[in-house]
Design a protein around this ligand. Structure first.
Ligand code: LMR
Length: 396
């Protein structure tokens, strides 16, 4: 039955992680997979998460099923985190949050839900976008097209081209937007640009789908949700996929949510029932542990304060590293202007070097980044930054 299956190449991000793991060089540098790292290069469990986990284990009384929507206390808390406590979509009962296995589960469930009611729509994704968006959306059977997004030469958003392409997409389209900390380029829409896109969504009638996997790691929790909240203020229908992998550091716990905003409560109830039938048919119910931790944190004043402080320290560390890297590259006299890295947000930026230079960095210096030259800024620290800058200088 399976003799005709071809061997596939490794996933571009997970394959790189495996290659890094096998590299015996003690000075190796991992700027590949998007995982937050501290100054020691570790990905520690956040103190708020540790405490919440203890609290939760002490009060946990059962392992019975949670139901296909997951933990309702988690869902309510995530809705408030994404949209703000007093947002009209919450007050007007236009929002349904459904816990999913990570942000990937959320994106995939959004695709399956869209496919169920509109099998012919095209999903427009930014060029470039996160590599895994393609299988997550495309394997559901939806057609995918790209809109121009990042200018690799000028290191900025190709906003006019994005707008004119989306104008041609028509009303029967889905437009995937990165809520903040664009993966892979780190270049985010500014507030005026979000305004333009949200007005286009209303006048043209396309459905925005926001993938927000890094809330709190760009400019702050509320600031990073600006575009998502603006769309929720403006458009009649919106889907938001969110992840707790990065901002709660819960990667392996697979904790995320898909959020449906509909025109009215009646439409919401119907959509929610359809979404729950989709999730029931794919994985039945989401895993409980990560959501229980997030729920404990967000529903506890002290723990949520502690979490917000830890998150802002992570965010500050990344932004400091961005500045330091640019300063060191400038001081080295490297033959290129990297100042754009300072203006970008979140874990990622493209260095803007060629695949050949990327391969030299890997093969000669054991510095790992994606072929596109996407780096995870959080993988830099004060012990490896000079080595990184020297090595980069040598491949120029
Ligand atoms: C990344 O982009 O590196 C992360 O989102 C991890 C992943 O699963 O690809």
């Amino acid at each position: 039955m399976f003799e005709n299956l071809d061997l596939l190449p490794p996933d571009p991000i997970l394959g790189l992680l495996a290659a890094y793991g096998e590299d015996p060089n003690p000075g190796k540098v991992d700027l590949g997979i998007g995982v937050y790292k501290d100054e020691k290069g570790d990905t520690p469990i956040m103190a708020a998460v540790k405490k919440a986990q203890e609290m939760y284990l002490a009060k946990e009384t059962t392992k019975t099923y949670v139901g296909p929507a997951g933990d309702e206390r988690f869902n309510a808390a995530i809705g408030e985190l994404l949209f703000g406590k007093d947002h009209a979509v919450i007050k007007d009962a236009r929002l349904a949050t459904i816990q999913t296995p990570g942000g990937c589960g959320a994106v995939r469930m959004a695709a399956e839900f869209i496919k169920r009611s509109n099998p012919e729509v095209t999903v427009w994704v930014s060029n470039p976008t996160w590599a895994n968006h393609m299988p997550l959306l495309g394997d559901s059977g939806l057609r995918i097209e790209e809109y121009p997004y990042y200018d690799y030469q000028a290191h900025c958003i190709r906003f006019e081209e994005m707008v004119s392409t989306l104008k041609g997409a028509g009303s029967d389209a889905v437009v995937l937007l990165h809520g903040c900390c664009h993966n892979p380029c780190g270049a985010d829409l500014n507030r005026d640009q979000w305004q333009v896109i949200s007005e286009m969504a209303v006048t043209q009638g396309f459905l925005p789908v926001v993938d927000i996997a890094y809330q709190g790691l760009g400019d702050g929790i509320a600031e990073d949700a600006f575009g998502t909240r603006l769309l929720a203020d403006t458009v009649p229908e919106l889907i938001v996929a969110s992840s707790c992998s990065k901002n709660f550091g819960l990667y392996r716990e697979r904790t995320g949510s898909v959020n449906l905003i509909m025109r009215n409560t009646k439409q919401l109830r119907a959509s929610q029932s359809q979404m729950l039938s989709v999730t029931r048919g794919v994985y039945s119910m989401p895993p409980a542990h990560g959501a229980s931790i997030v729920e404990c944190i967000l529903n506890d004043t002290e723990l949520s304060k502690l979490w917000a402080i830890e998150l802002s320290q992570m965010c500050d560390r990344i932004n400091d590293l961005r500045r330091l890297l640019v300063r060191k590259l400038r001081a080295k006299g490297t033959n290129a202007d990297f100042s754009f890295i300072e203006a970008e947000k979140g874990m990622f930026s493209f260095l803007g070097i060629s695949p050949e230079q990327v391969h030299r960095l890997k093969n000669e210096f054991s510095i790992y980044m994606l072929d596109s030259s996407r780096i995870n800024v959080a993988g830099i620290n004060h012990s490896n930054i000079d080595y990184l800058v020297d090595s980069l200088h040598q491949v120029f």
